[in-house]
Design a binder for this molecule. Structure first.
Ligand SMILES: Cc1cc2nc3c(=O)[nH]c(=O)nc-3n(C[C@H](O)[C@H](O)[C@H](O)COP(=O)(O)O)c2cc1C
Length: 307
């Protein structure tokens, strides 16, 4: 058994992933820079940067700060808009044998609907990740992800205009993530991803100034991993849809922990900035873990943590 190649494949809705590793939206661009480092077709899926209907300029600089065991970002979802994505980014991604998940953002319900509907009619897109949890934009977005009613409204509206697998990305900046998760699933979400960043800030004591132009930003990286792991575990107990776990995954053992907690797949975010090879090394490391523990199918470790 130890010599057999373990089955690494997983499925998120109708998205067939050859292994359980994708990348976290906003940390991998549209894959173009990362394709210099390795064959993108080796990933389980690619999740691209948040895409809105019209171009968004993003927030003022500085937009990122390093923090102990993590980073704060307030990019503000800068992107070139839907048309630019379709015409300039998607053709590049289509060359690779890998499912593409598009992260969708909007400032209104109408915008989520229009972007999702258009993407659903486009070849080469396999899933939508609804970003209703970005802490860095003033309007929309967070307003939906913060309440059960808000999340249900946006999920059911998008669900009615597309057949693509719908993944709702949950915010950790809520009192009860489980009730929000349940509301998203009841409204028709095919899968969930969590966590987005944790709202934080940083101050320069000598200048007596906030370190981010936006004042607050989203915390990511190893600092958030215990919170993310706890939320994935709680949500996995409460819902029956697949979960993509993320938050501080830097190596294969981090990824295995998320799967044991109940994640069907994992996403690597800040880890890509530290080591561009991180996601690929995690694919290989998961395989090695399965071999060394005599597990023939990665799906069998999902939720297999003992209490
Ligand atoms: C620079 C940066 C940009 C991000 N942009 C997005 C985005 O466009 N859409 C989104 O849903 N999440 C975005 N995120 C959140 C990540 O996808 C992920 O949920 C979070 O960083 C936790 O994972 P990590 O600790 O592995 O980075 C961004 C995170 C970072 C660090």
């Amino acid at each position: 058994m130890g010599l057999m190649k373990p089955d690494l494949s997983v499925q998120i809705g109708s998205i067939k992933m050859k292994n359980p590793v994708t990348v976290a939206s906003g940390t991998f661009g549209f894959g173009q820079e990362m394709a210099d480092f390795y064959d993108l077709g080796r990933l389980g899926a690619i999740t691209v940067k948040g895409t809105s209907l019209d171009p968004w300029p993003g927030n003022d600089y500085p937009r990122t700060v390093e923090t102990p065991s993590g980073m704060l970002n307030a990019i503000g979802l800068q992107n070139d808009g839907l048309d630019a994505f379709m015409n300039e980014k998607l053709p590049f991604l289509r060359q690779f044998d890998v499912p593409v998940i598009v992260n969708v953002v909007g400032q209104s319900l109408e915008e989520y609907i229009r972007v999702s509907e258009a993407l659903g009619k486009t070849e080469g897109i396999h899933g939508l990740e609804l970003n209703v949890s970005c802490p860095n934009v003033k309007k929309g977005c967070m307003a939906f992800g913060n309440t059960c009613e808000g999340i249900a409204e946006v999920v059911s509206a998008v669900k009615s205009v597309t057949d693509l697998t719908l993944i709702t990305k949950l915010s950790p900046n809520v009192t009860d993530v489980v009730s929000i998760a349940k509301a998203a699933v009841e409204a028709g979400s095919d899968a969930l991803s969590l966590i987005n960043t944790l709202l934080g800030t940083a101050i320069d004591p000598w200048k007596r100034k906030f370190r981010l132009a936006n004042v607050t930003g989203g915390l990511s990286g190893p600092a958030v991993k215990p919170v993310a792991l706890r939320m994935v575990w709680q949500v996995a107990q409460a819902v029956d849809v697949p979960i993509i776990g993320m938050g501080g995954i830097m190596n294969a053992m981090d990824a295995v922990e998320f799967m044991l907690a109940g994640a069907d797949a994992v996403a690597v975010g800040t880890g890509n900035f530290v080591n561009p090879m991180a996601a690929l090394e995690i694919v290989d490391g998961i395989e090695e873990y399965l071999r060394s523990t005599n597990v023939s199918d990665v799906k069998s470790i999902v939720g297999a943590v003992n209490s």
